[in-house]
Write a protein that binds this ligand. Structure first.
Ligand code: DC
Length: 686
């Protein structure tokens, strides 16, 4: 157990702001984050998938016992899977939301999930600084000994409005649904929602997110932690620097190969069940499907790089695309070859591309259904990808051995995945009709590289690699740009999911804004989401050519005001139709990405901090002073700084520090993160 570890329990009704506040607190303090509602939603998803009656508690209990749910506790990268299937987005559907209160009232479900929650909390306190857990019964039942207990509330109207904005639906309807859920959650027989007597009540009705986070952080004031009097700074820091940034960061194994070599059967063998392609969210990428797998105690992610078509013309590009996905995301590429056919040119190309990018390869000869083929398989040595491992996916032959080999072949040090062969990933976002596809065409001109002609499929090419200014870029989810993707079905919800997924897959986000209209809530939401997700950002103001001088001047001022907290985002004034200013985009992208990648040496950083603290002491609180003792950059993309402090710093002070940091070092266009680490006895670290 790490003595410094901190456990924070946050309870409250739906839409009281629990998850944003809990995430914000976790980020500020460098802690893990657990959304327990997501676990109940996952269980509900399993129940619905199995087609069980909601009232059938016995069967539901059985299902709960036999299912495997895994959740990320990294506040910057949340996902959840059930039985190996990524259901991060699916659990937010109306179907799950409608059934979750009933499923979460089943005693056995609660018993199992509470145990799981305690396990995650324990892991976080042992391995990192601690955890923020949010739900309905965290302070009362799950973690009654939490260091800090908070009960968040907000007026029903505020809650319904927040939820409504998130989903863009009718507020009155949302309000009714919320009431219904609150009623069920607070009247159920087993651990109903109620405020723990030791909890601090925080009403967020009139607070914005920063203020709510601050309110929780202020509770830490009286709760600082001891350090050994004689600890020398180096070993203190050594410990801290070793903290894994992501507790659940898992190796990624990409399964590659031509069509019909048995990739999916193999994936199913590995996962130990037969469900085929399971990602069932409309509008979400289909060029890869990921599954969570486990073998011999090692958790890893399997990436099935599907998306092949039988069209011979497009094959070449598809090989390249598959290899690119693997190069960008995988720690190990498993190349599946049909041993009855032998190695083909396509296989050869995949091997070459992966080797050039130094991604380790494991060669698998599938369909080795009889001894006879074993000799054929031997010819696969010629691929130059090492020993062919013989399996028959169909009969399960060799699957266990193969898993042993896969697990052994995963490199100990996982790669950082900067983007494929120097290519950087860009998400181009903005409201419908703002001119995204004109801009894309203008940018790409005749240089469009990979555009698959899709014959007879319903799937669009979602990413496009293009050359701009002599370097290559991957534009994410261009299908969503070229077609007004499924907006017609009235499901704004899926548009949001799609935007989220594009941001998550990108390194830099370009938000295109129409200057002939005021900055919309949706624009702001995309900007905030990109910032929260920690991506580099550029704003392009389109249709600039239509404005006259006066209006331009006024508009600049309006935007300044609107984006006060986000002055660090560069703004380009462009016209996608005339091409004005568009040429500045590539160099701007390069600049913000360089800043996003930037690392500041610890010595240089601490010179800056010492000067800063001297010139700007933290305001006194209760006669005591918070102070930054030492700082170090723990990661880049985005730049993240750990601050060792005597007491928790105010949000305002942090923002001021951020501004100075930006003035001193070059950080235009990148979010900056701070993680505070509290140390009690200042004197020992001084
Ligand atoms: O926070 P949320 O809306 O994702 O939670 C979904 C449901 O899960 C909620 O209606 C009640 C249930 N839940 C629970 O019973 N206990 C928790 N600790 C968290 C959620």
């Amino acid at each position: 157990m790490n003595d410094d570890a901190l456990v924070i329990a946050i309870d409250g009704p739906s839409s009281s702001g629990k998850s944003s506040v809990a995430k914000g607190v976790a980020r500020s303090l460098g802690l893990q984050y657990l959304d327990t509602g997501a676990l109940y939603r996952a269980m509900t998803w399993l129940v619905l998938r199995a087609g069980l009656e909601i009232a059938d508690e016995v069967e539901i209990g059985k299902l709960a016992r036999n299912s495997k749910i895994a959740i990320s506790t990294n506040p910057d990268q949340t996902w959840i899977s059930a039985d190996g299937i990524d259901i991060t987005n699916t659990i937010r559907s109306a179907e799950v939301t409608d059934a979750v209160s009933q499923v979460s009232a089943v005693p056995l479900v609660r018993e199992i999930l509470v145990e799981l929650q305690r396990k995650y909390a324990k892991l976080a306190t042992e391995q990192v600084g601690g955890i923020v857990v949010e739900g309905r019964d965290i302070a009362t039942v799950v973690l009654p000994k939490a260091d800090i207990k908070v009960f968040l509330t907000a007026s029903p109207v505020a809650r319904a409005t927040r939820r409504g904005l998130e989903l863009d639906v009718d507020i009155a309807e949302v309000s009714k649904a919320l009431e219904q859920r609150d009623l069920l959650d607070s009247t159920r027989a087993i651990s109903p929602l109620r405020q723990d007597p030791d909890s601090t009540l925080i009403d967020t009705t009139n607070l914005d997110l920063r203020q709510s986070v601050d309110a929780v952080l202020s509770l830490l004031d009286e709760l600082t932690v001891d350090i050994q009097a004689d600890a020398d700074i180096d070993s203190e820091w050594g410990d801290f620097l070793d903290i894994p940034v992501d507790l659940v960061s898992k190796p990624v194994v990409a399964i590659l190969g031509r069509p019909n070599v048995g990739k999916s059967t193999l994936v199913n063998r590995i996962l130990g069940h037969r469900s085929a392609v399971v990602e069932d969210q409309p509008g979400v990428t289909r060029d890869r499907v990921s599954y969570q797998a486990e073998w011999n105690g090692l958790d890893f992610t399997i990436l099935d790089t599907g998306g092949w078509e039988q069209d011979a013309k497009g094959m070449y590009q598809q090989v390249a695309q598959q290899a690119e996905i693997a190069i960008k995301e995988a720690d190990l590429g498993v190349l599946v070859v049909d041993s009855t056919i032998g190695a083909t040119e396509d296989d050869q190309r995949i091997v070459q591309m992966l080797r050039a990018a130094k991604v380790p390869i494991l060669l698998v000869a599938n369909k080795v259904d009889t001894q006879v083929f074993e000799s054929d398989a031997a010819s696969l040595w010629s691929l130059g990808a090492g020993e062919p491992h013989l399996v028959s996916a169909l009969h399960g032959r060799g699957a266990g051995d193969l898993l042993d080999v896969i697990v052994k072949s995963i490199p100990k040090e996982l790669r950082t995945k900067p983007g494929l062969l120097g290519t950087r990933a860009v998400a181009l976002l903005g409201r419908p009709n703002v001119g995204k596809s004109s801009l894309l065409n203008r940018l790409v001109g005749s240089n469009r590289a990979v555009v698959n002609e899709k014959a007879g499929t319903t799937v669009d090419p979602i990413d496009e690699s293009v050359e701009l200014d002599g370097s290559s870029w991957l534009f994410i989810d261009t299908a969503g740009i070229r077609k007004k993707f499924r907006q017609d079905s009235g499901h704004e919800y899926y548009a949001i999911l799609r935007t989220k997924s594009a941001i998550e897959r990108s390194e830099v986000v370009v938000v295109l804004i129409d200057v002939t209209e005021p900055l919309s809530d949706q624009d702001r939401r995309v900007i905030n989401l990109a910032e929260e997700t920690g991506r580099a950002l550029i704003l392009c103001f389109n249709k600039w050519d239509i404005l006259d001088e006066d209006r331009r001047f006024d508009l600049e001022r309006e935007i300044d005001k609107d984006l006060q907290q986000q002055r660090w985002i560069p703004r380009l004034n462009i016209s996608a139709t005339t091409g004005r200013g568009v040429e500045k985009i590539p160099s701007s992208l390069r600049k913000v990405l360089a800043n996003w990648d930037r690392r500041i040496a610890t010595s240089e950083l601490n010179r800056f901090i010492t000067d800063f603290v001297q010139a700007n002491p933290h305001p006194l609180r209760g006669g005591r002073q918070a102070k930054i003792l030492f700082a170090t950059q723990v990661s880049s993309q985005p730049p993240t700084f750990a601050l060792f402090v005597s007491r928790v710093l105010d949000e305002a002070y942090l923002r001021f520090l951020e501004r100075r940091l930006r003035e001193t070092f070059e950080f235009e266009g990148t979010p900056i993160r701070f993680r505070q680490k509290i140390k009690k006895r200042e004197s020992t670290l001084k």
